[in-house]
Design a protein around this ligand. Structure first.
Ligand SMILES: [Zn+2]
Length: 470
């Protein structure tokens, strides 16, 4: 395993400098643009090309040598054009630009009109806040946080009279790591995805709509590997800065992109930077999307900015791991923020994965933690519930994203059920250190809204809230 880990780390490190594209999250690359290239008409054609030009999903590697050979980021990020995307492109906003309803899209127009009417009637006083890039300078806001604005005080539970659901910040299972990655699909993610596959590990993948359109074959691999796919907006900007229509379009077209490319319609989402308030929550809930934020941030995305170093990120990982031992997670587990953003963020997870597995009883995608056995609108696609995923029971609705699903378990904690169409289930044993103890949950998420305590009815001028999370 050590050798395999070394190979993966090497592969993830190789293409670190090659980039062109969009910059986000603390100045990091969040996408390599795919300007188009040789046309791939279908997944079947892709498979026939794989031995010559491994652009995306590949056959399983059989040994370390073949794995090292086939995870060359330069090859992985070679531009291509995918016919299903070319055919659908005119029905979508321009990638990496703020989404708006595409002219002539009657379905979107009709749906938005209905949602907009509800939003305006329910929250007439909540308007857009700050800039799309997170500059909230000069924004006046009531210190009592009437909008339950996460970016202000990490509010995650809207007042009861709003009728909105609370955000998901933790998983209900003790000593269990809620496992996911933001910002994918990254075109050079094969080494990471291979590593997850080889460990029988599924995750919740929060995909950016523009990345799905840019790198559809990489997105397909996420589904095929049995990961849970959620929405992470179209252009990865601050959601509370958008008008109702823009916020709607950011979610609607990402959901539609995933449906178009992967054939499934997600029911979950995560706001970039955690930036959400009641207005945005209502728009998302109207699209049948459950908001999943997090309790702990590795700050992997932040390396190189604000003085954050790789060592700091390692300490953040270790801090979450240590909380198992002090009893923090005896009643519920953390949802931890980490990223498929760049080579560092991917390799850092690989570095800590074995430690995580050793400390936590289970490492599971959010769907498994919450027993969401039908995570998509398409109910024929199913996912294992918690007991099945963790191999504690084989009687419940195990399955996969395909009719030929299989659920697998192995000796104990961490066994994995396949949720993929084509993937096979593998599993590995995990050591199960138990644990216990106290802790702090979500807070440490270093947001630092300025301003001292003030009267409940007063208004605060918010200084720039630095890119606090991704
Ligand atoms: Zn993100």
């Amino acid at each position: 395993m050590l050798q395999a880990t070394t190979v993966v780390l090497l592969a993830l490190t190789v293409g670190a400098s090659q980039v062109f594209g969009h910059t986000g999250c603390g100045g990091h690359e969040i996408a390599r643009r795919n300007p188009g290239g040789p046309v791939i008409n279908s997944r079947a054609e892709l498979r026939s090309l794989q031995s010559r030009r491994p652009l995306g999903p590949r056959q399983a590697v059989t040994d370390e040598a073949s794995a090292a050979q086939s995870i060359d980021p330069t090859q992985e990020c070679t531009a291509y054009s995918y016919t299903p995307v070319l055919n659908a492109k005119s029905g979508f906003p321009t990638i990496w630009q703020t989404a708006e309803i595409v002219p002539g899209d009657n379905d979107a127009t009709t749906l938005f009109a209905s949602i907009n009417s509800t939003v305006n009637s329910k929250f007439p006083n909540i308007g857009p806040k700050g800039s799309h890039t997170g500059n909230f300078t000069g924004v006046a806001y009531n210190n009592s946080d009437p909008d339950c604005w996460w970016t202000w005080r990490q509010c995650t539970t809207p007042a009861a009279d709003t009728g909105l659901h609370a955000d998901i910040t933790t998983v209900p299972e003790p000593d269990t790591w809620g496992f996911g990655f933001d910002d994918g699909p990254n075109c050079s993610h094969n080494a990471l995805y291979d590593y997850l596959r080889d460990n029988g590990q599924k995750a919740t993948m929060f995909y950016i709509g523009s990345n799905v359109m840019d790198w559809p074959l990489q997105a397909l691999r996420g589904l095929d590997d049995g990961h849970e796919i959620c929405v992470h907006t179209w252009s990865h900007q601050y959601m509370t800065s958008f008008t109702n229509e823009e916020a709607f379009a950011e979610l609607y077209y990402t959901r539609k992109a995933i449906q178009t490319v992967l054939g499934v319609t997600p029911k979950c989402w995560r706001p970039p930077y955690g930036d959400v308030d009641n207005r945005i929550r209502l728009i998302a809930e109207s699209l049948n999307l459950t908001n999943i934020v997090w309790s702990d941030d590795t700050e992997d995305w932040k390396v190189g900015t604000d003085g954050v170093t790789a060592e700091d990120v390692g300490l953040n990982y270790q801090a979450v791991i240590d909380k198992v031992g002090n009893g923090t997670y005896t009643s519920s587990g953390p949802v931890v923020l980490n990223h498929e953003l760049n080579n560092f963020t991917m390799s850092e997870m690989v570095t800590y994965y074995e430690k995580i597995r050793a400390a936590f009883k289970y490492v599971v995608p959010i769907a498994a933690a919450y027993n969401w056995t039908t995570p998509y609108v398409e109910t024929n696609v199913t996912f294992p519930d918690f007991l099945t995923y963790t191999n504690q029971s084989s009687s419940s609705s195990s399955s996969s994203a395909s009719p030929s699903a299989s659920a697998a378990g192995s000796n104990g904690a961490g066994a994995v059920a396949s949720g993929s169409r084509s993937g096979s289930a593998t599993s590995t044993a995990a050591s199960g250190a138990a644990s216990t103890t106290a802790a702090r949950s979500s807070a440490a998420l270093g947001m630092d809204a300025k301003g001292a305590a003030v009267w409940g009815f007063s208004f605060m001028l918010i200084g720039r809230i630095a890119l606090s999370m991704c």
